[in-house]
Ligand binder design. Structure first.
Ligand code: NAD
Ligand code: UDP
Length: 311
């Protein structure tokens, strides 16, 4: 198949492009390089089945493809809050452009949504039928509400124009090629530990997250794209939940670092707990994560150590 991956030069997108190429598909990677990086995909450039297009999905584009994975959107709070108007435009206008393309060429389209649609959840663990608790006017809303509108657009194009859609709600994912400067907890803590700097826990560290290794996520996304008769939304994440303080301690142990933990103010609207219920993905896609947090973190630490050594 010919497959378009928007945001293909980003962290998740680059792993997805790699996996789709290895399965024999033709891959068009589309990216505006806001948070993505050519280094993430340089190893794919030699393949005659790989094409790179520099483009911004808030502008229309004409391509002929059979599948569209719509991942373009900055994902870390630091990046998506840098230009919040652009962030919400990317989710809203970008999704309209990609849905228009899917409708025109009768492609199947998968939207990368997020656990952030649940906001600061009152239902724990989060199930797909929970509508969420999102602040519509807060500093995270350009991302959360943008993704909620993207889901709405997917469902409306499906109901109104029979576009073949899939929606995945991705929970915190980590692995090699996360951007060093993206401010997310995994990259921050690993880099701080490798440099023996203080580890910055925001708040008292009792808030929780559940971390999924990137290969497991990519496997779930492809299963969802290729399954029959199920639009989702479906949660994709690893249900093993950790407090951020426990997570900091784990990183210190794995890296053997001399770092000390320090506490800094909790950012506004920071969700207190997050854990996916993945029964739906288990039943419909026969999917579950396979990589343990310890194994995934060791591979991620190895990646960041390489960057660290290069200086
Ligand atoms: P990332 O920032 O590494 O990748 C996003 C990519 O999209 C980058 O390459 C960036 O340059 C590109 N991009 C941004 N705006 C664009 C635009 N207007 N036009 C074209 N390209 C654009 O982030 P990621 O972690 O790889 O996330 C990928 C997708 O998965 C995002 O949609 C994100 O919302 C979603 N997601 C990720 C996580 C996670 O933990 N990584 C969790 C939930 C959802
Ligand atoms: N966090 C932290 N220290 C950091 C970066 C993040 O304690 O240096 C916390 C953050 O406040 C949040 C959690 O870690 O509670 C996950 O943050 P991240 O930005 O990785 O993702 P998100 O909040 O979008 O889940």
């Amino acid at each position: 198949m010919r497959i378009l991956v928007t945001g293909g030069a980003g962290f998740v997108g680059s792993h997805l492009c790699e996996r789709l190429l290895s399965e024999g598909h033709d891959v068009i990677c589309l990216d505006n390089f806001f948070t993505g990086n050519k280094n993430n995909i340089i190893h794919l450039m030699d393949s005659h089945r790989f094409e790179l297009v520099r483009h911004d999905i808030t502008e229309p584009i004409l391509l002929e493809v059979e599948r569209i994975y719509n991942l373009a959107c900055p994902a870390s709070p630091v990046h998506y809050q840098y230009n919040p108007v652009k962030t919400i435009k990317t989710s809203v206008m970008g999704s309209i452009n990609m849905l228009g393309m899917a409708k025109r060429v009768k492609a199947r389209i998968l939207q990368a949504s997020t656990s952030e649609v649940y906001g600061d959840p009152h239902v724990h663990p989060q199930t797909e039928d929970y509508w969420g608790n999102v602040n519509p006017i807060g500093i995270r809303s350009c991302y959360d509400e943008g993704k909620r509108v993207a889901e709405t657009l997917m469902m409306d194009y499906h109901r109104q124009s029979s576009v073949d859609i899939r929606i995945v709600r991705i929970f915190n994912t980590y692995g090699p090629r996360m951007a060093e400067n993206d401010g997310r907890v995994v990259s921050n803590f690993i880099l701080q530990a490798l440099r023996n700097e203080d580890i910055t826990v925001y708040g008292d560290g009792s808030q929780t997250r559940s971390f999924c290794y990137v290969s497991d996520l990519v496997d779930g996304m492809i299963r969802m794209m290729e399954c029959d008769g199920f639009t989702g939304p479906v949660n994709l994440g690893n249900p093993v939940e950790n407090s951020i303080l426990e997570f900091a301690e784990k990183i210190i142990t794995i890296t053997g670092s001399q770092s000390k933990i320090i506490f800094q103010p909790l950012p506004q609207d920071d969700p207190k707990q997050r854990q996916p219920n993945i029964s739906l993905a288990g039943g419909k896609l026969d999917w579950k994560p396979l990589v343990t947090l310890d194994d995934g973190l060791k591979m991620t630490v190895a990646y960041f150590s390489g960057l660290h050594r290069k200086g």
